[in-house]
Design a protein around this ligand. Structure first.
Ligand SMILES: Cc1cc2nc3c(=O)[nH]c(=O)nc-3n(C[C@H](O)[C@H](O)[C@H](O)COP(=O)(O)O)c2cc1C
Length: 372
C-alpha cells in the first residue's frame, strides 16, 4: 500500500491523501476580488483528487499584494465572494480548501509576470504603491526604498492578519497557511539580511522571529479552537549570513510549541544574490532535517513531478506530505494519474464514473455530489 494515498491529519483536518496542491498566485484579480479565472481554477483543483488545495497567496491588505492583480481578503466583499465560490465548490467535491495569508512587504507593488515589467517592481501610480518592510532595505537597488514599520504599525499588521484569518474561516476555508516564505514580509523580519532593526523586532534571532510567532498567536486566538494553521517557510536564503536551516529548525520548534499544524518547507526568495542550484527534489534535504527535529507533519515541495518520486520521499521519511505546484498546472489530474500508477483508489465525482484508467476497474470510487 502506498504512503501517498494514506490519510494524514493536519490538526483536526483529515486529508484523504498526502498530495497537496501548493499555493500559486494567479494574478487574475481586480481590487483583490475573485474573477471567473479563479472559479474555473478552483473547480479544477477541487476535481483533481488532491488531499488539500492551498489557494494562492492572498493579501491581508491592499499594499500587501505582490502585484495589483493579486487576490485579497481585506474586506467583507472579498469574504462574501469567496464564501459563494467555496459553497459552489462543495457541491462538486469534498476536497478541503486552504488559504495562504500573505503580506508581500518590500516585494509588493510589482507587475504581473506577463506584464511589461515582467514581475519586477513598478512604481507606476495607477498600479503601484509605497512598500513597507522591517527596514529601509530594498529587495534590489532598482526598487523604491520600503518604509520601515513602526511598532504601532506592526501591532496593526498583526491585527489585520487576525481579521483576515476570521474572514478566511467565515468564507469556508478549512485550514489557514501563513506565508512566511519566499522573501515576503514575515520572512523579511526573520532574515538578518532584510531586518536591521534595533528594537524588539530586530537584532537577535528571538527578536527576528517574534513577529511570525505573534501573528501565529493572534490568528489562533480569533479562530475556532483546533482550527488548523500551517506555516510555509523558506528554510534558507541561499546567501551567506542569511536565514538558514538551523534558524528554520528553531523556528519550527517554536511554532510546534504554539500548535502549528504543519511546516511547509520551501526555500529562497529573500535576496537578489541567492545562489540556488535547482534540480529535482533540491529542497527535500531541508524538509528532511526539519522533520527529524519536530513531531508534526512536514510538507516537502519543489520539483517533485512523478508519483513514484513522491512515494519514495514519503517512504524514506523525508517528509509527510508532498506539495505539487507546476505539476498540477501541467496535469490537473495528477492525483488520478498517481493513483493509477501506484495502483491505488482515489475518489472521483460520479459524473466521471464511466472513466476507467488503463483498462482497470478498481482504481476509482465515487463521492456524492450535490447537483440538483
Ligand atoms: C505560477 C506560480 C505561482 C506561485 N505562487 C505562489 C504563492 O502564491 N505562494 C507560495 O508560497 N508559493 C508560490 N509559488 C511557489 C509554489 O508553491 C512552489 O513552491 C514552487 O513552484 C515549487 O514547486 P513545483 O516544483 O511543484 O512547482 C508559485 C509558483 C508558481 C509556478
Amino acid at each position: 500500500m502506498s504512503l501517498l494515498f494514506q490519510p494524514i491529519q493536519f490538526g483536526r483536518l483529515k486529508l484523504d491523501n498526502r498530495i497537496i496542491i501548493a499555493p500559486m498566485c494567479q494574478y487574475s484579480s481586480k481590487n483583490g476580488e475573485l474573477s471567473f479565472w479563479h472559479e474555473q481554477q478552483w473547480a479544477s483543483y477541487a476535481l483533481s483528487g488532491a488531499g488539500l488545495c492551498i489557494v494562492e497567496a492572498t493579501a491581508i491588505r491592499p499594499e500587501g499584494r505582490i502585484s495589483y492583480a493579486d487576490l485579497g481578503i481585506w474586506n467583507d466583499k472579498h469574504c462574501e465572494q469567496i464564501k459563494t465560490l467555496l459553497t459552489k465548490i462543495k457541491t462538486i467535491s469534498p476536497t478541503p480548501f486552504a488559504i495562504q495569508l500573505a503580506h508581500a512587504g518590500r516585494k509588493a507593488s510589482c507587475d504581473t509576470p506577463w506584464g511589461a515589467k515582467k514581475g519586477q517592481y513598478q512604481p507606476d501610480e495607477s498600479k503601484g504603491w509605497q512598500t513597507l518592510g522591517p527596514s529601509e532595505i530594498p529587495f534590489q537597488n532598482s526598487d523604491n526604498l520600503p518604509i520601515a514599520l513602526s511598532i504601532s504599525e506592526i501591532k496593526e499588521l498583526i491585527d489585520d492578519f487576525a481579521v483576515a484569518a476570521q474572514r478566511s474561516v467565515e468564507a469556508g476555508f478549512e485550514l489557514i497557511e501563513l506565508h512566511v516564505a519566499h522573501g515576503y514580509l514575515l520572512h523579511q523580519f526573520l532574515s538578518p539580511l532584510s531586518n536591521n532593526r534595533n528594537d524588539e523586532y530586530g537584532g537577535s534571532f528571538e527578536n527576528r522571529m517574534k513577529l511570525t510567532l505573534e501573528v501565529f498567536e493572534a490568528v489562533k486566538k480569533v479562530i475556532p479552537d483546533n482550527f488548523p494553521i500551517g506555516v510555509r517557510i523558506s528554510a534558507t536564503d541561499w546567501v551567506q549570513g542569511g536565514w538558514d536551516l538551523e534558524s528554520s529548525i528553531k523556528l519550527s520548534k517554536a511554532l510546534e510549541k504554539l500548535g502549528v499544524a504543519y511546516i511547509h518547507v520551501s526555500t529562497g526568495g529573500l535576496h537578489i544574490e541567492q545562489k540556488i542550484e535547482v534540480f529535482p527534489e533540491y529542497q527535500i534535504p531541508f524538509a528532511q532535517e526539519i522533520k527529524k527535529s519536530i513531531n508534526i507533519p512536514v510538507i516537502a515541495v519543489g520539483l517533485i513531478t512523478e508519483p513514484q518520486q513522491a512515494e519514495r520521499i514519503l517512504q524514506a521519511q523525508q517528509a509527510d506530505a508532498i506539495g505539487i505546484a507546476r505539476g498540477i498546472l501541467y496535469d490537473p489530474r495528477w492525483p488520478w494519474h498517481a493513483a493509477a500508477e501506484l495502483n491505488e483508489t482515489i475518489a472521483i465525482a460520479p459524473q466521471y464514473f464511466r472513466f476507467q484508467p488503463r483498462g482497470s476497474n478498481h482504481l476509482f470510487k465515487t463521492y456524492p455530489t450535490k447537483i440538483d
